[in-house]
Write a protein that binds this ligand. Structure first.
Ligand code: NDP
Ligand code: MG
Length: 394
């Protein structure tokens, strides 16, 4: 058949480049409409040339001259600014990869959702921020939302097309991150260099910090709640340091199915890109005899309070997940800038949730615009709680 048209939002990032790799390997099947990033003009231009993209867009206007220079003579159209990214996302295509990091990607992701077609969702923050309003947009547009997050992709595959009414529980696995075996006091004082050392996955900085705090798993439970429409009490987390099983579905009859793959994002991305078919990938194959053993443990909510806060925010509902996400984004950026300690991340999130509740910011955003407004208010509250000075150097 004819080539499918695709757009990649966040094309220079970890998920974006894994997507680009697959598009290049299967170039006969796809035609690339647009690629978008924030500031990495050189990286984006290279991606646009590799894929023969029609257009390349940077959100940061200051990156436009470098983008133009890098694409001179290529025939690739260029544009810049947040509105240009949203416009590019709204161009009708068959498939969009939503791989911008953070709630800042919500508007572009929603623009892709609104034009219908298939949206491969990597950007979990936008779903945690806008929640039910996001899912209503998906329903209204008749878009096909394909989860790219490895756990959710595994859960979708393990569900095997059955109704969630048949499901007793869904379990997401967590690697446990670099601090899995550390004591609480040591975790609280860990620096960015410790937290960025993920044992099994290679990912962007923000999600790597979230994986170390287990906030990532909390965001993913909220993501699963919205994606699958399974009540919170049926969602479980188990720590599985080998990261080979990504998700398990337990059915009412006692049967359990699981999704397995090597920890390589090209596997879930290929599932979303090939859906409902399958695409070849060069990812390492699961070899159980070589693996020898898989282990599992209960997550420790005392040593990893970020996971506790996320589960509590889901249980509280309303605006709590959006506030949690916004505060966490501020906290992670401050941690990476060495303004707060690792222990300060969960502390700032908890403080911001309580500040927001104190101001009555508890209602569930009814629309994506309301979610964006709540996100902005929560960011202000979190920022106001940041220390004015940097942490002393070690
Ligand atoms: P990265 O930090 O590696 O990449 C982020 C991408 O988003 C970059 O291309 C960046 O551009 C772009 N970007 C950032 N801000 C904007 C903006 N305002 N407008 C347009 N583009 C923007 O992140 P990851 O690839 O690791 O993660 C992306 C998303 O996928 C996150 O939500 C994450 O939680 C999720 N995810 C990631 C996984 C992984 O393995 N990495 C696994 C599961 C989910 P630039 O390079 O110019 O800054
Ligand atoms: Mg994940």
């Amino acid at each position: 058949g004819a080539a499918r048209s695709v757009t990649v939002l966040g094309a220079t990032g970890s998920v974006g480049l894994a997507t680009v790799d697959l598009l290049e390997r299967h170039s006969a099947l796809f035609e690339v409409e647009a690629v978008a990033a924030h500031s990495d003009a050189v990286g984006l231009a290279a991606v646009a040339r590799r894929l023969g993209a029609r257009r390349a867009v940077v959100a940061n206007p200051a990156a436009k001259p470098a983008l133009d220079a890098a694409l001179e003579g290529s025939g690739v159209a260029t544009a810049a600014g947040p509105a240009a990214v949203i416009d590019a996302a709204a161009i009708p295509v068959d498939w969009t990869m939503a791989a911008i990091s953070g709630a800042v990607g919500l508007e572009a992701t929603i623009a892709a959702v609104r034009r219908g077609g298939a949206v491969a969702l990597a950007n979990k923050e936008c779903l945690v921020c806008a929640g039910a309003a996001f899912m209503r947009e998906v329903g209204a547009a008749g878009a096909t939302l394909l989860p790219v997050d490895s756990e959710h992709n595994a859960l979708l595959q393990a569900l095997g097309g059955q109704s969630v009414d048949a499901v007793e529980a869904m379990t997401l696995t967590a690697s446990g991150g670099p601090f899995r075996t550390w004591e609480a006091a040591r975790i609280a004082q860990a620096g960015p260099e410790d937290a960025l050392r993920h044992p099994t996955w290679s990912m962007g900085a923000k999600i790597t910090i979230d994986s170390a705090s287990l906030m990532n798993k909390g965001l993913e439970v909220i993501e699963a709640f919205h994606l699958f429409g399974v009540e919170a009490a049926r969602l479980r987390v188990v720590v599985h340091p080998q990261s080979v099983i990504h998700g398990l579905v337990a059915f009412r009859d006692g049967a359990v199915t699981a999704g397995l793959a090597s920890p390589d994002m090209r596997v879930p991305i290929a599932h979303a890109l090939g859906y409902p078919g399958r695409l070849d990938t060069p990812a390492a194959r699961v070899d159980l005899a070589r693996l020898g053993a898989m282990t599992f443990e209960e997550p420790d909510l005392a040593r990893f309070p970020a996971l506790r806060l996320a589960l509590e925010a889901l249980a509280a509902g309303g605006g709590a997940p959006a506030v949690l996400n916004a505060a966490n984004e501020i906290a992670v950026a401050a941690f990476l800038a060495r303004r707060i300690s690792f222990g300060g991340i969960a502390a700032l999130v908890e403080q911001t949730l309580s500040d927001a509740a104190g101001r009555g910011l508890t209602g569930e955003p009814a629309t994506v615009d309301e979610a964006l407004a709540l996100d902005a208010e929560a960011r202000e509250l979190a920022t106001a709680r940041l220390p004015g000075h940097a942490l002393p150097a070690h």
